[in-house]
Design a protein around this ligand. Structure first.
Ligand SMILES: [Zn+2]
Ligand SMILES: [Zn+2]
Length: 108
């Protein structure tokens, strides 16, 4: 087994550096919608988050919550996806959090 050359070890991950430091702030990428529990994989589009990373699926964020986080009242924005190859090095969260209170009804 031969070690690869140092310059080939780290793939270019983002625009400002060849690698991400351990302390690099990253989204937690919660694995599911807090309202309905639907799975929201880190590499799939269709998840919405607020600035605290309360995480919701497309249906809940738009039709039920109307773009506003029910936990903190903040704006919900589309969560960026994480490249499927990255979770091995930068794993998405597997911690499932569910709201203590039910989400507002559809006709809010
Ligand atoms: Zn949902
Ligand atoms: Zn929130």
């Amino acid at each position: 087994m031969t070690a690869p050359p140092a310059h080939a070890a780290a793939p270019r991950l983002c625009c400002n550096s060849g690698s991400l430091p351990r302390s690099h702030a990253m989204l937690e990428m919660r694995p599911h919608c807090e309202c309905c529990g639907r799975d929201l994989p880190a590499d799939a589009a269709g998840a919405w988050i607020c600035s605290f990373e309360c995480t919701f699926c497309d249906d809940c964020a738009r039709e039920r919550l109307h773009g506003t986080c029910p936990n903190c009242g903040g704006e919900l924005l589309r969560r960026p996806t994480r490249a499927a190859a990255l979770p091995r090095k930068y794993p998405a969260s597997t911690q499932r959090r569910v709201r203590a209170e039910p989400c507002p009804p559809d006709a809010a």
